[in-house]
Design a protein around this ligand. Structure first.
Ligand code: DX5
Ligand code: ZN
Length: 217
């Protein structure tokens, strides 16, 4: 699986988003964190904003939905043209049905697992998803420290994906930096979200390249 670096615009300047997106054009996808102040204790933006990001972004959208009632709201993000839509399993009444719906609209479908959410219930249905997002912080805020204790779960999912010969991306999100990306790569991640590590750099493109090199090392 080729390495993907997906900068999170949560760490970008929200009033200059078009210019911020241009600074990360060498990345693979732009990670878009949608929060509703209900599923997580923070609030970002919704479909109208994501639609405009979709219009102006030089790279495809990797939408991360940290919202409740995602069965109702999730498909709209696929209809906007997002390349992938990832939702938290607790927020859906039927994650497999929602993933099928997202795929039928033309998006890749991902499930997200919070640090305290076990993967076991999903290991037998991994073929229903294109991506599993292993959260490496508690969802809600950028700039938190990488939780090393999430790595055994990543390894377990990675082994299950490999054993079944599936084409499922393993994404990590939270605290990914020059210091931690190698740890997650070694445990099986191939897709890396980085917010503060990219937008906190003087030259985001150089930081993206450095992260990419370390992930592949
Ligand atoms: C946290 C978000 C992340 C966040 C990561 O809930 O899902 O995508 O932007 O930020 P950093 O890379 O700064 O930890
Ligand atoms: Zn995220």
């Amino acid at each position: 699986m080729t390495t993907r670096i997906n900068p999170s615009i949560l760490a970008a300047d929200f009033v200059n988003l078009e210019a911020e997106l241009a600074r990360i054009a060498s990345a693979d996808l732009v990670h878009v964190d949608v929060m509703d102040n209900h599923f997580v204790p923070n609030l970002t933006f919704g479909p109208q904003m994501v639609g405009r990001i979709q219009d102006v972004s030089p790279i495809p959208l990797d939408v991360h939905l940290m919202i409740s009632d995602v069965d109702r709201w999730g498909p709209g993000y696929a209809e906007l043209g997002a390349a992938s839509v990832t939702f938290h399993v607790e927020a859906s009444d039927d994650p497999v049905a929602l993933a099928r719906r997202l795929r039928s609209i033309g998006a890749l479908a991902g499930i997200a697992l919070k640090p305290g959410t076990e993967a076991d219930a999903y290991l037998d249905v991994l073929d229903e998803f294109d991506q599993v997002l292993i959260m490496t912080v508690e969802p809600g805020f950028g700039g938190q420290s990488f939780m090393h204790d999430t790595m055994p779960k990543l390894r377990r999912v990675s082994e299950a994906v490999r054993a079944a010969g599936l084409d499922v991306r393993l994404q990590v999100d939270g605290g990914i930096s020059l210091d931690t990306i190698g740890i997650a790569a070694e445990a099986g991640a191939d897709t890396f979200v980085a917010g503060s590590a990219v937008f906190g750099a003087d030259v985001p493109a150089d930081r993206i390249a450095a992260l990419r090199d370390l992930a592949a090392a």
